[in-house]
Design a protein around this ligand. Sequence first.
Ligand SMILES: [Zn+2]
Ligand SMILES: [Zn+2]
Length: 283
Amino acid sequence: MLTDYHLHLRPDEADTPPERYFTAENVARYRAVADAAGIEELGVSEHVYRFRQGLELWDHPFWREQAQDDLDGYCEFVRGSGLRLGIECDFVPGAEERTERLLGARDFDYVVGSVHFVGERAVDHEGWDVWEGRGDADEVWRRYFAALAECARSGLFDILAHPDLVKVWGRRRPLPERDPRHHYEPAVEAIAASGIAVEVSTAGLRKPVGELYPAPVFARMCAEAGVPFALSSDAHRPEQVGFGYDQALALLAELGVGEICIFEGRERRLAPLPCSGKRESLS
Ligand SMILES: [Zn+2]
Ligand SMILES: [Zn+2]
């Protein structure tokens, strides 16, 4: 079984109204690419901050600008589309109860928990760049992984998204001097204690860093701690569905991981990954 659970039906750009992208035709385009790649299970996980209800969690200027759509309209559309219903929800420190209420009021199959911001600044968004004016990479990485640990520990989410997103810019931003394992360790401890699944995301291959999330060393630490994995591309366009899965599957095989997480109604089970023979047909 292969999955792609972290899908966006539209690009992140501003002029992407739901009526243009939340359509049966667009879903069919995602489905067609998935079918060709042998990916059985697809789920949509739109950003929580693109919905007006997201402002119940955080009143950040970027969120205010993005919060255009109705969350319940989205849920209704995805439910009728034959895709699994997910959401990518940022962990907002201090908003745990409001987050629980917002998520609990809807019948999601799974919730992907993300850390994009460290304080008021983003690790992956140029408009809110955490690196602007400050360059202590070890401090930025420490704060990012501390937030990731808190995200896992909150118990609010089923899947931890792009776990080392802080590296997204690669060499275009300062890199920590310390061994990255020093930064991963407290996060892995929190992940293992919480029972959250970790996403192997191929999105990093499309970004300046040019590698999977999580980095192989981080992934190995998770595997050794017995953490289950989910598999996603974080596609924002149909042609990105299953992108780079050969590399994700090679990593999982190297770690001795033979199963990935499947979700329904926020219940998780494990399904075997296809054997290597079948994988060769994937591009
Ligand atoms: Zn994300
Ligand atoms: Zn995403």
